[in-house]
Write a protein that binds this ligand. Structure first.
Ligand SMILES: [Zn+2]
Length: 301
């Protein structure tokens, strides 16, 4: 069986823990939309393309998270003339992946536990900055869908009846495993869900989860929205007493009954709680004040 799962005439994907999107260009080439966690997923893309006798023309990295850009370096190093495309605010983090564990470490040089492949890929130069709402690669026009929120400048790609939505939404089966859908900016994340809900493509491919036909999109988006709201309520409830960010995170973890065993998962969880705290502050539901005990969040204003 082919490694590619066809979606429409010009689109396909390689299913997995990280779905890898493929756009088939009219010139016999292909564009990869994200490359997965590491060298192995890069190799998988290469094998699938060899099998289909297609040459990789470009990689579009939807956002900088290590599980989406981990195969970039392998592909760029091993295949000729692969151009990398990314949104303006994502590009520096794709070129310098150490920045991800740095921001998860309060800006400090990260501890070794946060320098694993789960949080730190190998960097590649980004040749093309995506600013507008469309790009053309190898004669194929791709629509760019702004999906910020999960990360600072995440994009989706729409072409030939398919919206490659990256982590703009998660499959319902994935949501049930995560306490909080990771967010950088909760308001932007919710607005991006609204933007996705308006789209008319026949299929939507999340970075994690099953290929979603248009008929199932509303339900999937509703589940994502509920998970974000549940997290928001848990963070607000955790402010019934003042507490610093880590204290709030501990209370939220208890409320949601989350078992977090690894340091990378913990760092990601704390960052998501911090995003919810900032969001609550912007709505007037939380304030950050300086005390003898350090910076402390309080509920209300
Ligand atoms: Zn992500």
């Amino acid at each position: 069986m082919s490694l590619f799962q066809p979606i429409t005439t010009h689109t396909a994907y390689i299913p997995g823990a990280n779905n890898l999107g493929i756009v088939l260009t009219d010139d016999g080439g292909a564009i990869a939309i994200d490359t997965g966690l590491d060298r192995d997923t890069g190799r998988l893309v290469r094998r699938a393309l060899d099998e289909a006798q297609r040459q990789l023309r470009a990689i579009i990295s939807t956002h900088h998270h290590a599980d989406h850009i981990g195969g970039n370096e392998y592909l760029v190093r091993n295949l000729p003339n692969v151009a990398v495309y990314a949104a303006r605010l994502e590009a520096p983090l794709i070129e310098h992946p150490l920045l991800e564990p740095i921001y998860l470490s309060l800006g400090a040089t990260p501890p070794s536990a946060l320098r694993t492949k789960w949080l730190m890929a190998k960097g590649v130069p980004v040749q093309h900055i995506i600013d507008g709402d469309a790009i053309e690669i190898a004669g194929t026009t791709l629509e760019i869908v702004a999906l910020p929120g999960h990360s600072i400048g995440q994009i989706g790609v729409a072409v030939d009846g398919v919206c490659f939505a990256a982590d703009g939404f998660f499959g319902p089966e994935v949501i049930s495993k995560h306490g909080i859908p990771y967010a950088h900016d909760v308001a932007a994340q919710l607005a991006s869900l609204d933007r996705l809900a308006m789209r008319k493509e026949r299929f939507f491919l999340p970075g994690h989860g099953a290929l979603t036909p248009q008929s199932e999109l509303d339900a999937a988006i509703r589940i994502n929205r509920l998970a974000i709201e549940r997290a928001m309520h848990a963070v607000r409830d955790a402010l019934s007493e003042p507490g610093d960010t880590l204290t709030v995170a501990r209370r939220v973890q208890r409320t949601l009954g989350l078992t977090i065993t690894g340091l990378p998962q913990y760092a990601i969880f704390v960052a998501a709680v911090a995003a919810h705290l900032s969001h609550l502050e912007s709505t007037g539901a939380a304030t950050l004040i300086m005390t003898d005990e350090g910076a402390v969040w309080r509920g209300g204003s």
